[in-house]
Design a protein around this ligand. Structure first.
Ligand SMILES: NC(=O)c1ccc[n+]([C@@H]2O[C@H](COP(=O)([O-])OP(=O)(O)OC[C@H]3O[C@@H](n4cnc5c(N)ncnc54)[C@H](O)[C@@H]3O)[C@@H](O)[C@H]2O)c1
Ligand SMILES: O=c1ccn([C@@H]2O[C@H](COP(=O)(O)OP(=O)(O)O[C@H]3O[C@H](CO)[C@@H](O)[C@H](O)[C@H]3O)[C@@H](O)[C@H]2O)c(=O)[nH]1
Length: 458
């Protein structure tokens, strides 16, 4: 069987939108051989469990509890479990502590995954790190799902709903994760138990509001009953009335990475245009982008001239689309070009700074996170610049409003600017480069002897 287009086991052939309760048409009552189709008997979801209480999972658990659902949180990290049980936020995220307080009477956490069995549905949200070929590892999802499946089997439970919220390689749910569940449970997915693929479109720093008021809820479903149960949960959970898009699991896996890949394409287009405009003395990239953004087909969002995109999602989700194309014998030149332009954007920053100063000079790199309001430095332009300048023989000072050597160990190799209040009035360096648009950097005074380079045009 083609691992990337798996038929729904036990249903009449390939999943089609007509089988989704959110779309039109009746669900198939029979298999191809005429035997009656069973349904997994999933009804209303009142109690939930969330496996993986990290940056995303802890927010899902807390907001579910805050919105009235009973929640059991599961994590292999006893510290995160302990924090939740003490009513404290296990990760730094605005509004998370408040959500935990609001839902405290309905939220508890454990390291014992078997406790998830007592709930109607389990959301799985462990890491799915990138592998060197661009695909995402299934290892943590397999390890998180397996004990829950075993416990469901031991309990003789028939109607558990398994919801995967981690980002997966398209095809992995059907080729790897569902077959594991079928083996462990000794049943057929979509008949004896249900599976949904349900990634969230949240941005770090705004996760709680992003979960409660999303533009889109995406549900890939093994069968209409499972999709309908999850849709009903979201109708109670969301504060707005978002579009709930229901589809096959492979469609949802492709939708998830396509959305991020489309936006990275937009950012790279902007950077390409910025580099072209920079070669024309009278061209103003801001005037150009402002005009372009007025066309409703383009829009103003993510059309800001700045630096490269970074973080834990955009770069790797875009590369995953290219991997997914290669797996079916195709190229994804747009995704690959976005990646190349992004790498070129990083190099261009280093070259520009190298033209403004010289090895031996002291350069302050201000903002080493991939965006404001987070401590994450993964694939951040500022961190890349600091590393490259140090290699070229500059003395590099680093500052950030959230990232420190403690929460971002890659900063250990740099001298830190610890007192921003003092530095901002008297920088005393050859050059200061604002690599992340934290608004506080607007306060940086232009003083004699210090040049300030602001690629984000704060
Ligand atoms: N952070 C984001 O902005 C974001 C956004 C959208 C999607 N995602 C996706 O969500 C997933 C998780 O991301 P994250 O940033 O929350 O990761 P994270 O590393 O912050 O958290 C993962 C958590 O899972 C726990 N864990 C690991 N193995 C486990 C197991 N077997 N059982 C239970 N818990 C286990 C870890 O201890 C950790 O607390 C990834 O697939 C990521 O791509 C993340
Ligand atoms: O005009 C812009 C806007 C943003 N960025 C950069 O884009 C990156 C990502 O920013 P943002 O989207 O705010 O943060 P993320 O937390 O990475 O969220 C993205 O990745 C998540 C994980 O997949 C998705 O759920 C979200 O929808 C998606 O926005 C950052 O480096 C920004 O500097 C730009 O370069 N130009």
């Amino acid at each position: 069987m083609d691992a990337h287009v798996r038929t729904v086991p036990g249903s009449a052939g390939k999943w089609s939108p007509a089988q989704g309760a959110g779309d039109t048409g009746p669900r198939p009552e029979q298999h191809d051989d005429g035997t009656p189709r069973r349904a997994p008997h999933i009804t209303s979801i009142k109690t939930t469990s969330v496996c993986g209480l990290g940056k995303l999972g802890s927010c899902i658990a807390a907001t579910l509890a805050a919105r009235g659902f009973e929640v059991v949180g599961v994590d292999i990290d006893p510290q995160k479990v302990g924090k939740i049980n003490e009513g404290l936020a296990p990760v730094d995220e605005p509004l998370l502590a408040e959500a935990i307080q609001t839902g405290r009477s309905r939220l508890r956490a454990t390291i014992d995954a078997r406790e998830a069995v007592a709930t109607d549905a389990t959301f799985f949200i462990p890491p799915s790190p990138s592998l060197p070929d661009g695909s995402f590892s299934n290892e943590f999802l397999l390890k998180a799902m397996q004990p829950v499946a075993r416990a469901v089997k031991e309990a003789g439970k028939k109607n558990h709903l398994f919801v995967c919220s981690s980002t997966t390689t398209p095809g992995a749910m059907d080729a790897v994760l569902i077959p594991m569940l079928e083996r462990e449970l000794g049943g057929v997915c979509g008949e004896d138990f249900g599976v949904c693929y349900n990634p969230e479109f949240i941005a770090l720093g705004d996760v709680i509001n992003g979960l409660l008021d999303p533009d889109l809820v995406l549900i890939g479903e093994s069968d209409p009953e499972s999709g309908a149960a999850l849709e009903e949960l979201y109708r109670k959970f969301n504060r707005n009335s978002p579009r709930i898009a229901r589809m096959s699991i492979i469609s949802a896996e492709l939708t998830k990475i396509s959305l991020n890949s489309y936006i990275t394409m937009k950012i790279s287009f902007t950077n390409q245009l910025r580099m072209i405009a920079a070669r024309h003395k009278l061209a103003d990239i801001h005037a150009i982008l402002d005009a372009l953004g007025n066309d409703s087909r383009i829009g103003k969002k993510y059309l800001r001239a700045g630096l490269s995109y970074g973080g834990p999602c955009f770069p790797r989700d875009n590369r995953l689309l290219a991997y997914t194309a290669r797996q079916v014998g195709l190229e994804a030149p747009l995704a690959e070009a976005s990646d190349r332009v992004n790498e070129r954007t990083k190099q261009e920053l280093v070259e520009t700074v190298d033209e403004m100063a010289q090895p031996g000079d002291t350069v302050a790199v201000l903002g080493v996170t991939y965006k404001p309001n987070t401590y994450i430095t993964e694939e951040a332009a500022g961190l890349f610049l600091a590393q490259q300048l140090k290699r070229r023989g500059y003395r590099v000072l680093v500052h950030d409003f959230a990232a420190t050597p403690v929460n971002s160990p890659s900063l250990h190799e740099f001298e830190q600017i610890s007192d921003w209040e003092e530095f901002k009035t008297n920088p005393g360096v050859a050059l200061a480069v604002i690599c992340c648009p934290w608004p506080q950097y607007r306060e940086l005074a232009a003083t004699t002897g210090t040049r300030v380079f602001t690629p984000w045009h704060l």
